[in-house]
Design a binder for this molecule. Structure first.
Ligand code: GLU
Length: 551
């Protein structure tokens, strides 16, 4: 009996060969230098900022080189699968407008691309054809070690301070006669298929990681499992090899926790004689915590979850900008020179990525975002708040839809000027900073007139109305002069200077008058330009708000 008989016994229905699949998935027809990148999440948790950094890099590399960015669902570990994980990734990619060129979305029944299926559990037969070839060539074998046996091997290795794993003399079944293997399988014995490693742990090989530079590793000599017979699905290591090969990935961007798997991946590619893609192992994302710098944590830091940015309503391009600044140290300088370029016009250079950790700073994101929002048109801001509120604040959304032009005028305050006002970090903040403009929110408000006495406030407001101080067509100067004109009657100085020279002579000065008016109209003692606010509120609202206090 031959190895071929063994392979046929294990995979009776697998008739296609590796060569057949190579024909089915020919090289991509792309221009020289085009990069093929992939985001290959395991649906075992929700997308976090580390994944997002990988996606942004994948996307920029592919778009900048006119290549392909595809999404691959690595769902071989079905016991750990979290429902909705890929659906969420789809939403995030859509939200940031970084849609993959090729993908398969089960939830919306949509698929695109000629190199699929893009879900690993749908590729079982492909993997099995590759495993079958290894069995025929004697490079893989069925291993009959039971769980108990493996546990006891592990214990003894730990006790003797040896490396853990099935290698050397622990690989009890690697040289089992084909006849015996066939017999055991026919008898229904459970088995795992393992790689028959040809590596030597005492030999070293060099590996060039694009971020970390040249690295040296001992060869892998562990007979790693490549397929469990229970569901016929390969392990992650094996599946990624087959997929990256057939899908013609040129650059693998992934977290640096995978660096320790390099010896295995190196051996797998060598075993088949396939060229390895290039690897971009990206560092962990760090954050400042007081004086310390530590790894960002999904448990401790809300900003580690991608949902944080959407809930707050950060403009997507601001988040991408902030991520680009940690992806490449030269990004900010490039941006200064190319203020209007797309972020995908930037050529990402893995060498300019810090291997030791990427420090992500929320204050920095806030600044980028403030600056970004300040340069939008009032229409764009309105669109942004409208979209955000559709999902996160329906009440506000209704109000925005009811008063589109009014809202745009509010966002326009101190916008169309050389140095526009930078006061919004994200769309949810816009509501927090403009709510008082809407009567709907101005119902049961509480005033705090600071050290102004309520009777005094009333006197000021009444005088302001009686003297017909607010005229919609007035310029800012006229408006201000009218406010000054009631100062004397009320016992306030027209100029701050006058007041300072003779404080005992006055109750206060023009600033107090405008403060009283400001608080009466907004409840706040600090707002954007009061003239603009009053112009937008209009006479009726102003009189109504004053009257409420007067009565
Ligand atoms: N499925 C792996 C993960 O979720 C991807 C590793 C890789 O990109 O090769 O981390």
């Amino acid at each position: 009996m031959s190895r071929e008989d063994l392979a046929n016994l294990i995979f009776p229905n697998i008739t296609k060969t590796v060569a057949d699949y190579e024909k089915e998935y020919p090289a991509r027809n792309l221009k020289e230098g085009a990069m093929v990148t992939r985001f290959a999440p395991s649906p075992t948790g929700f997308m976090h900022i580390g994944n997002f950094l990988a996606v942004v890099i994948d996307y920029v590399m592919a778009k900048n080189s006119q290549g392909v960015f595809y999404l691959r669902n690595e769902d071989t570990d079905q016991a750990r699968e979290v429902e909705g994980a890929i659906e969420y990734i789809r939403q995030v990619l859509t939200h940031y407008d970084m849609n993959p060129d090729e993908y398969e979305y089960r939830d919306i029944n949509e698929t695109k691309g000629n190199y699929g299926p893009y879900i690993q559990s749908e590729r079982k037969e492909i993997y099995q054809a590759f495993i079958k070839q290894l069995l025929i060539e004697g490079k893989a074998y069925p291993c009959f070690l039971t769980q108990e046996e493996m546990d006891s091997i592990r214990e003894s290795q730990a006790r003797d301070k040896r490396r853990i794993g099935i290698y050397g003399r622990f690989a009890k079944y690697r040289d089992l006669a084909v006849e015996e293997a066939i017999e055991r399988i026919k008898n229904g014995e459970k088995y795992t298929i393992r790689l028959k490693s040809s590596g030597d742990f005492n030999r070293k090989f060099k590996f060039n990681d694009l971020v970390n530079g040249e690295m040296e590793f001992p060869e892998n000599d562990i007979d790693i499992p490549i397929m469990k017979s229970s569901n016929g699905l390969p392990t992650y290591h094996f599946a990624h090899l087959v997929d990256d090969y057939l899908m013609h990935t040129t650059h693998v961007v992934r977290g640096q926790e995978w660096i320790s798997s390099i010896p295995i991946h190196y051996e797998l590619f060598k075993t088949f004689g396939f060229k390895m893609p290039k690897y971009v192992h990206i560092p962990l994302i760090l954050k400042k915590d007081g004086e310390k710098v530590r790894k960002i944590s999904k448990r401790l830091d809300p900003e580690a979850r991608m949902s944080y940015y959407e809930e707050k309503g950060y403009p997507t391009l601001a988040v991408i900008e902030a991520i680009m600044t940690i992806a490449n140290s030269n990004y900010e300088a490039w941006r200064e020179g190319h203020p209007d370029a797309l972020f995908t016009d930037f050529t990402f250079s893995p060498k300019k990525m810090s291997a030791s950790g990427a420090l992500f700073d929320l204050d920095k994101l806030d600044n980028i975002s403030k600056n970004y929002i300040s340069h939008l048109t009032k229409e764009e801001v309105y669109e942004g708040v409208l979209n955000w509120s559709k999902k996160y604040d329906l009440g506000f959304n209704e109000i925005l839809k009811k008063y589109p032009d009014y809202s745009k005028e509010i966002y326009n305050i101190e916008r169309e000027q050389k140095k526009p006002r930078k006061d919004y970090r994200y769309y949810s903040e816009i509501k927090a900073k403009t709510w008082y403009m809407y009567d709907e929110y101005f119902q049961d408000i509480k005033y705090d007139f600071l050290n102004y006495d309520l009777e005094e406030v009333k006197k000021v407001l009444k005088t302001y109305i009686d003297n017909n101080c607010f005229v919609e067509s007035d310029t800012q100067e006229e408006w201000f002069n009218k406010m000054k004109s009631i100062c004397a009657d009320l016992g306030y100085a027209r100029e701050v200077k006058e007041y300072k020279e003779n404080p005992d002579k006055y109750k206060g000065n023009i600033i107090d008058i405008s403060n009283i008016i400001r608080i009466s109209l907004t409840t706040l003692d600090n707002t954007p330009n009061l003239y603009n606010i009053m112009q937008i509120l209009g006479k009726d609202r102003i009189i109504a708000r004053f009257s409420k206090i007067l009565n």
